[in-house]
Design a protein around this ligand. Structure first.
Ligand code: BG6
Length: 481
């Protein structure tokens, strides 16, 4: 299967924070891969902007190092030699006037102009103001901002207001990198390009949904950031919320940015408040890895794990709970969505027991694919015995090398910015609605005196989380890669 690479228009992309971790790990290697794939015109310019004083050549050397380290490039690569001249650098003072005129002089009229704010949110306002004030950005320019987009509703509103002073909503691209993952986009294809699932996609036929994002890494090295955040702010308010929306939303009338985002927003607004008894928080605690040490605060009550039962108050989902869980230092790295259908209402197979419920598992990472469990007759003589078997599809197997070589989320998203397509970016009202739902959950915990439940590193999370399910006569799926 050959995928079609459609080159984007000629562009000037400015990366603020170009010497930082995200630029090194994701943005620069991602741009190189798109260049290699033939998607980036050779006339385009990628301009690094940061405080460090250095010239174009020094930045190209820095970028080459990053692309080699994080982009898996080894040895001679003629395309890397072709890519590096696209890069340039301007030393800039986000809070002062230094560098802005030089940046302006580098921007080419006629090219798409995009500005990636890969910096602390505290600088968003300063940069936006200077881009507008110096006439560097115009009505067609795009800005890209990273999470965390606020830490509560008030700060998200303030950030939205700051950006809105200089840019219109259609120019603002708020990244949630989960939306750039191929399989996450596939959720929409599976739901809305097949007739098979949608008639069953409701509380009448679906018993419950489990969304799991399990990680094996801990927070060592980024403990001071993470400890101010915790799993709810770091993963639930954004990434898991997006997954939930894509599973639960109504079909948009068209695959169009606002049509899709309108439907997601309706889901977020329909989320019920989560009572404390429906949430379990955990912290990994052990001799080899200990959250309290990694967080550098022996008293920390921040969760490195959360499991919760979420209800959506609308006609489609009344009575079908969504169970969400995510955590660090768990048994395996795996992200999946499991949809458990209801059991058949009546069994005609008297001696063979009740058929088991069908289950559709969408694996987001690793080994992207889908698995549908169906009942069949166990082969062989001796009467009608039922057995549940998986219809298992790995996208890599089904789609060949193209399926195995999926673009990284950032690659896809940056190309969408250049194309001017906001479908996979969060709209301001969506982010605010997500905070409006998480704020009371976070505040109730902060007001309580409770501590997170300890769990062993390498386990499936705290015991309490099992009880959250057992209480409802359900079970979590096993965490394994
Ligand atoms: C980030 C979080 O947004 O997503 C990290 O801040 C988390 O804590 C990461 O590890 C997970 O992303 P992925 O793509 O590795 O699943």
């Amino acid at each position: 299967m050959v995928s079609r690479v459609i080159p984007v228009d000629d562009f000037d992309l400015v990366i603020f924070g170009a010497t930082g971790d995200l630029a090194h790990r994701k943005i620069l290697p991602g741009l190189f891969r798109r260049f290699k794939a033939g998607q980036i015109p050779a006339t385009s310019r990628i301009i690094g902007a940061a405080r460090t004083a250095q010239d174009d050549d020094a930045f190209r050397a820095e970028a080459e190092g990053a692309i080699r380290e994080f982009g898996g490039v080894t040895g001679e690569d003629p395309q890397l030699a072709e890519f590096l001249p696209l890069l340039g650098y301007v030393a800039i003072d986000a809070r002062g006037e230094g560098g802005w005129q030089e940046l302006k002089a580098r921007m080419r009229p006629g090219a798409v102009h995009a500005f990636y704010f890969s910096v602390a949110p505290a600088l968003f306002g300063d940069i936006a103001e200077r881009l507008a004030g110096h006439g560097i950005a115009d009505d067609d320019s795009r800005i890209v901002v990273e999470k965390p987009f606020g830490r509560d509703l008030a700060s998200a509103r303030a950030l939205n207001a700051t950006l809105a002073r200089h840019f219109d909503e259609h120019q603002i691209y708020r990244i949630d990198h989960y939306l750039g993952k191929e399989t996450v986009q596939n959720l929409m294809a599976v739901r809305f390009a097949n007739v098979l699932f949608e008639p069953l996609w409701n509380a009448q036929f679906i018993d419950h949904v489990q969304i799991t994002v399990a990680e094996t890494v801990g927070v060592a090295g980024r403990g001071s950031y993470y400890d101010k955040s915790g799993a709810i702010r770091d993963m639930v308010q954004n990434h898991m919320m997006q997954l939930l929306c894509l599973i639960a939303m109504e079909p948009p009338y068209h695959f169009d940015p606002d049509a899709v985002r309108d439907e997601k927003l309706k889901v977020i607004r329909a989320l019920e408040a989560v009572p404390p008894e429906d949430i379990v928080r955990g912290q990994y605690r052990g001799d080899d890895a200990d959250y309290l040490k990694d967080a550098e605060d022996p008293e920390s009550r921040t969760e490195s794990y959360v499991a919760m039962k979420v209800r959506i108050s609308n006609w489609r989902w009344q009575g079908t709970p969504f169970y969400l869980r995510t955590g660090k230092k768990l048994r395996a790295r795996t992200s999946e969505i499991a949809i458990t259908f209801k059991e058949p209402p009546h069994s005609i197979f008297d001696d063979s027991g009740q058929p088991k419920a069908n289950e559709l598992v969408i694996r987001l990472q690793p080994n992207e694919g889908m698995n549908l469990k169906v009942m069949i007759k166990e082969p062989g003589p001796g009467g009608m015995r039922l057995v549940q078997v998986p219809l298992d599809m790995s996208f890599a197997d089904a789609l060949g090398p193209e399926g195995a070589d999926m673009p990284d989320a950032y690659e896809r998203l940056i190309m969408d910015v250049i194309r001017g397509n906001q479908t996979l970016f969060m709209r301001g009202d969506e982010v605010e609605a997500a905070w409006a739902w998480t704020d009371p959950i976070i505040n109730a915990w902060e007001d309580s005196k409770r501590r997170p439940e300890p769990y062993d590193p390498g386990s499936s999370g705290p015991e309490e989380a099992l009880r959250l399910m057992h209480r409802d006569n359900r079970r979590w799926r096993e965490i394994r890669s």
